[in-house]
Ligand binder design. Sequence first.
Ligand SMILES: Cc1ncc(C[n+]2csc(CCOP(=O)(O)OP(=O)(O)O)c2C)c(N)n1
Ligand SMILES: CC(=O)[C@@H](O)[C@H](O)COP(=O)(O)O
Ligand SMILES: [Mg+2]
Length: 628
Amino acid sequence: MLLEHIKQPKDLKQLSIEQLEQLATETRQFLVEKLSITGGHLSSNLGVVELTIALHYLFNSPYDKFIFDVGHQSYVHKMFTGRMDKFDTLRKYKGLCGFVKRSESEHDVWEAGHSSTSLSAAMGMAIARDLKGEHNRVVAIIGDGALTGGMALEAMNHIGHEKKNLMVILNDNEMSIAPNVGALHNYLGKIRSDKHYVKVKEEVEYLIKKIPAIGGTLAKTIEKLKDSLKYMVVPGVLFEELGFTYLGPVDGHNLPLLLETIKQAEKIEGPVMLHVVTLKGKGYSPAEADSHAWHGASPYKIESGQMLKAVGPPMYTEVFGKSLIELAREDSRIVAITPAMPGGSGLLKFAAEFPDRMFDVGIAEQHAATLCAALAGEGLKPVYAVYSTFLQRAYDQVVHDICRANLNVIFAIDRAGYVGPDGETHQGVYDIAFLRSIPNMVLMMPKDENELRHMMKTAVDYDAGPIAVRYPRISGLGVSMEEPYRAIPIGTWEVLRSGDSAVVLAVGPMVQEAMEAAEQLAKEGLQLRVVNARFIKPLDEAMLQQLAKENVPIITMEEGAQAGGFGGSVLEYFASHDMHGLQIKILGIPDYFVEHGSVPEQRKETGLTAERLMAEVKALMPRKRQHA
Ligand SMILES: Cc1ncc(C[n+]2csc(CCOP(=O)(O)OP(=O)(O)O)c2C)c(N)n1
Ligand SMILES: CC(=O)[C@@H](O)[C@H](O)COP(=O)(O)O
Ligand SMILES: [Mg+2]
């Protein structure tokens, strides 16, 4: 086995081309084997094996800087940079991170998790390099999906202007997570599909050079002719017009060709765009056959390719997707918008039933938000299905285009709370803080999957402005979902269990923790009242006033950042209504980024458990007695 001798990138440099090809095969076997136990982003990594080998073979990391966009395809890079023995812990608590991470290795020079940042990063590193008088190479590796993200396009605009030396490797596998979409995607397809393209390009460029420079009108006509000729037969010209030297398309699994082309690219002055065509899932037939399903793989059986998924109640995502279909059958105003996450957001069945009412806009969270604003302005009911973490990208559009104009946009915010193995880049724990501060916004979270259905109905019936329902990346509780849909009165909470030792105002999955705590505390003679704080905004003011009158100790509990969170809004309410002297404890996520692991581990680490709640209730008791 060659693989076991690769401890650092320099070990690759000793190998022959045949050995490098052998290394590619062994690398794929390693990934398929390890990820069958841990799960992870299999298909993207299988696609970049030769590319990553070529980069480490030709260049000198970390002096030369490799910037992996998103970072979900950095496993091979991790393997060759001293982390092969940690793959049993991939995406596990305290284990190897599933994305690039500076604290893990000096070879991880840029951190990501969200898409389309690599070109801005490359530009920053190239400027810094030149100002410092250094000479290292800067190489961004970006996928065809990530290239559709607005940030990447903004960066290309700047790169073409500055004309610094840097290399962009466009890893084109025709896939985002789902099949890639959009005009840019179609454009890349045009380049890929033209087998004679490279030859024609060379010939046209040769001919153009032969046209003599003449003055006057004729010269202008010839210039125009040059341009139109280029546009007709040289598809790569878009990148060239933006200031890049375009090379490719090159087969990303043909190692000798790849090495040759990268060497050629390296000699070119200014920014270079090297278009590499790869197959997502390459080398593992189940992943080749369905790279969408294998983008983020659960553990699986290698031979059959059967993924091992937990059986039990449906995920909240699935319940959302089903209820949207049922509601859309009754209400033709409903349209669904996803920024490149049709599967993850549970919208595939909706798309099949309502192909004209579903829009995958690519990785374009900002555009998606403003698009929803316009759709709502025209009287439709856009449902913006988005992961909490990715909604961060569209904050200005939410404030400026949707909330300010008070438009009827429905936000279906998935992955709200801890997300588990993706970890800190993907935690959906800031949306409460960043949404509750925006005027006109209504924000809900269900205690169980049945309540999610009712919240969807509430949102569809609400015609007074933007309304959001956030739900977690977990299974529901297995409750009955036979009830007919009903709208919940805006700003009302529900008391699920009575008691006057203390009151817990719990949000979403914390309601279940609170019920468990109450059950246990009752055995010790303490009666914990459990309130389902299903509206995070507006608060149930009548209930808060009642609690103030009772002067009962209050604990708030939410799976969201404590700073700016729901608990803070309760405190603000009491303080701004001159209701002082109450005992209040806030349980939320402390002020640091919580890393990867399982959701229960993340909750335990940050004290969002029934046990912690019990301890807090007990701690409040003597103070209550002293107060009395
Ligand atoms: C801002 C943002 N939106 C959405 C995602 C979810 N996401 C992760 S990878 C990915 C697809 C990226 O496609 P591509 O860049 O072509 O890489 P591939 O997986 O095909 O290798 C998406 C949509 C993200 N990480 N960041
Ligand atoms: C890399 C990335 O951003 C996505 O692939 C993400 O990992 C998907 O997460 P889910 O598994 O929660 O859909
Ligand atoms: Mg892709």
